[in-house]
Design a protein around this ligand. Sequence first.
Ligand code: ZN
Length: 205
Amino acid sequence: MQLGNVILIECPECGKNLKNIHVVSANSFGGRFFSDGNFYAPMYPKPINITRCSSCQAIFWVQEARIVGEQITRPELVDNNKVGEICHLNLDDYFRALNMGMAAKDIEKEFYLRKQIWHKQNELITKKELSQESELYKENAQKLEVLLNEGNPDERLMIAEINRNTGNFRKCLRLLEQKFPDEYLQTVRKMRKKALTRQSKTFEL
Ligand SMILES: [Zn+2]
């Protein structure tokens, strides 16, 4: 993993400067991949699109924050006492962002937030800390599905997984029967096997 520029952005609420370290090159070596598209890779930090200010806790989209400085330098050269760092949101934060209308009338933003919620909820379900029967889970999954397009193989696979997760095995299998490019076939086969045996939890690929 190679770190690049440190971009300093400003919290739109309190003006605190937060650093956003751009990753120049990353790879998924040693990564773990899951059936809902989630992954963890030691050399591939997930990009942060939306963050919470470390000072005033305001939530804001990183892309929309004012850039106050850029350093073509190493991250440790930025004074950590004066500057915060952007962070990933937690599950409550994502719901807060949705409830505050931060994705209103913007399908891409809503898709991003709901996908993060789905992934985080699936992590909790794997750890037995959340039920797949919970309304919060089902409601988010349904609203995420509406945003997706069956015609796109990536999104079709996601819709199939959402339906498997929520117990709609018939619809999951119907979607998996459609044509997928070769690189999807291994995942499609594994997902189909799970659906046929009525297993609904996200699994490691
Ligand atoms: Zn702030």
